[in-house]
Each structure stands twice: as C-alpha cells, then as structure tokens.
Design a protein around this ligand. Structure first.
Ligand SMILES: Cc1cc2nc3c(=O)[nH]c(=O)nc-3n(C[C@H](O)[C@H](O)[C@H](O)COP(=O)(O)OP(=O)(O)OC[C@H]3O[C@@H](n4cnc5c(N)ncnc54)[C@H](O)[C@@H]3O)c2cc1C
Length: 327
C-alpha cells in the first residue's frame, strides 16, 4: 500500500529546488521506480515533487565541443533510438535499449535510471538490512545468487542500472543542482560504494536534482558496445553485463574502458582488464587476457560463483565483438 503523500508540480527547476530543500520531499521523474519503492516501504510518506513536465530538463543536444548533452528527463526510449547516440556512443544506446520493457523505457528517464534504488530482495522486502539502517546484510548467509561478486563490503546488492556502465565507459560527466548551487563531476565519482556510505548509492544530498549528463566528443577510432546477460529474454535486470569502449589507432588499442554491470554495488570498472589491452593489438589473445584479468579480484558468495565464469566469457566475447566493428 502507498503511504500518505502530497504531490506538487513546480513550474521550474528553480522552484523545484526551493521546495525540495524542505524535509520529507522526494524527486519524482517518470515514477517507475519511486512508486514501487514507496509501495515497498523504502520511503515513508512525504511530499512528492514532480519534475516530470519540466522542459528545461528534457532532450538531447549537441555541445559546442562536439559532444552531447542529455537532459535528465530524457527517456530511455529516446536515448536508445537517437541516431547520434547509436552511431557514436553505441554502448549507451544498447544499454538504454536493454533496460526494462518498452513501456518502462517510454516512461523511465535517464536521471531516474541512474538514481534508482537497489533491487535486492532483502532491501525491498521486510528486512531491516544495513542499507536501511539495520546491522546486517541478509544476503551474506541467504539467497545470494543474484548478488555482488565485487566490492560488497557489508552490503552485496548489485547496481541495477544498464546505462551507468556504458556512460562511465564513455567518460560521461554529470551536472547536479541544489539549493546551494551546481556541481559537475565525472559520472564514475557519482556512485558511492557500501564502504563509502552504506545507506546511500550516490553522492546526491536530499533536495539535489540531476540536471544533465555530458558525453565528450567521440575520439577518432573509438568503438563501444554493451552486452547484458539476463536470466530470461523478456525484461530482466543483468546477471552480468559489460560496457566496453576502445579507441583503436593503427590496429592497436590506444585507450580502453571496461565497466561491468550486474556484479557489484556500483558500476565496476576493471582497470586490470583495461591494462591488459592497452598498447596491444586487438585480437583473440589480448581479449582472452583482458577477460582473465577482469575476474582476478572476484569474491563470490556461496550461491553466485557462476557469475565469475559468466563475466570472463562475456568480457572476452564483447571485446572480440569490437574487433569486427569498423571505426
Ligand atoms: C519491472 C521493472 C524492470 C526494470 N528493469 C530494468 C533493467 O533491466 N535495467 C535497468 O537499468 N533498469 C530497469 N528498471 C528500472 C527503470 O529503468 C527505472 O525504473 C527507470 O529508469 C527510472 O526512471 P524514472 O524516471 O521512472 O525514475 P523515478 O521512479 O521517478 O525515480 C527513481 C529514483 O530516482 C530519483 N530521481 C529521479 N530523477 C531524478 C533526478 N533528475 N535527480 C535526482 N533524483 C532523481 C527519484 O527520487 C527516485 O529515488 C526496471 C524497472 C521496473 C519497474
């Protein structure tokens, strides 16, 4: 059952920030995750501040430097079908297209996708887990087949977003607005691990709003992709996924970004796999070595050891897929 809530539709970002600076307020964008969280008791009642109609937060536009600006209210469907994103930032188009179902992609926004709450069944269920202020992570000794194999420390949920890893692989930045002003940062620093803060998934403070995401111009020779493995072909969250972006110059990997999804509480960048590719020819041997490096620090729980081999396989296949993509 939904708790008792009030609902406000401010006329501008400025007005929204002013209202959000009071206690007990929540940002409502597409509502596809927020309403579920409210029903599941993650949030008590309060005031829902809907930004869903604010034109200033919508759309995709070209930046003067040749990169792209994506408003936080841009829907996943718009991102998945945008010609410029499909051509130059394919990992992002594929990530957005693989999230949820067509109906949810039409309603769900990129800002909401990055800020959605964990899907862990203990967090969403009737358990006073550490993320809800309790003293333990029930997944450690419980049903942990879908949980993290990297970066768990005290809380083992997996980051649910299929756009976060591609965006980090593409070196995206994010702009946040609050009553006290704006800040812009690399998206890789936006997410908080359980070690940094066990009750928050992002650096957002109450009342702050994600305004937009910036993609830098795609360098010459850059190719990117996203691959997601899920338990069933219809909508489902990732069991494991990988976003890869490689810059290839004269057949050699000049720059590599390999970011895993579905395996850690944050999008998991694997520097070891990137190092295994840097300066090398992109071929079966370098892809295999990168995949082996990607699983080096995995720490599976009792029921999710299968994910280690899954990650190895999906990283190798994804890198090899990029071998065949023309720059
Ligand atoms: C059945 C189902 C299946 C799904 N499967 C997948 C999947 O496979 N992959 C995947 O990636 N996602 C999946 N999702 C999640 C879905 O993509 C998100 O629910 C959606 O993108 C959230 O967008 P929204 O605009 O509806 O956010 P909302 O529900 O409005 O908000 C979600 C959260 O983000 C906060 N928020 C929203 N916008 C902002 C903003 N601009 N600034 C600050 N905070 C903000 C809200 O306060 C709330 O906490 C699934 C969801 C459902 C219900």
């Amino acid at each position: 059952m939904l708790p008792k809530i009030s609902y406000i539709r401010p006329n501008s970002l400025r007005e929204a920030l002013k209202i959000l600076s009071s206690m007990g307020t929540y940002v409502h964008a597409g509502g596809t995750d927020l309403l579920g969280c409210m029903q599941e008791g993650i949030y008590p009642g309060g005031t829902m501040v809907s930004i869903s109609h604010l034109q200033e937060l919508k759309g995709i536009s070209r930046r003067p430097d040749g990169g792209l600006k994506i408003g936080s209210l841009t829907t996943l469907a718009e991102i998945a079908s945008h010609a410029g994103i499909r051509e130059h930032y394919s990992a992002l188009a594929l990530g957005a297209a693989s999230a949820a179902s067509p109906q949810l992609r039409n309603q769900g926004t990129i800002g909401g996708n990055l800020c959605q709450r964990p899907r862990c069944w203990y967090f969403r269920g009737d358990f006073p887990c550490s993320r809800k202020g309790g003293s333990m992570c029930y997944a450690v000794g419980g049903e942990n087949e879908n949980h993290a194999i990297f970066g768990g420390s005290g809380c083992y949920f997996i980051h649910p977003s299929d756009t976060a890893s591609p965006l980090i692989a593409l070196d995206a930045r994010i702009r946040i607005a609050g009553a006290k002003g704006d800040r812009t940062m690399a998206l890789s620093t936006f997410f908080l691990s359980p070690k940094e803060d066990i009750t928050r998934e992002t650096v957002l403070h109450p009342g702050e709003i994600v305004v937009e995401i910036f993609l830098p111009p795609a360098p010459q020779g850059m190719r990117s992709t996203y691959r997601k493995v899920r338990a069933r072909g219809a909508w489902d969250f990732a069991l494991a996924g990988v976003a890869a972006s490689l810059q290839i110059v004269a057949g050699k990997v000049e720059r590599a970004r390999i970011v895993l999804s579905g395996v850690a509480p944050v999008p998991w960048r694997v520097a070891e796999a990137e190092a295994a590719l840097a300066g090398r020819l992109l071929n079966g041997e370098s892809a295999k070595q990168a995949a082996t490096a990607a699983i080096k620090n995995a720490e599976p729980l009792a029921r999710n050891e299968y994910k280690v081999e899954l990650v190895r396989g999906v990283v190798e296949e994804t890198i090899l897929e990029l071998q065949a993509v023309p720059s």
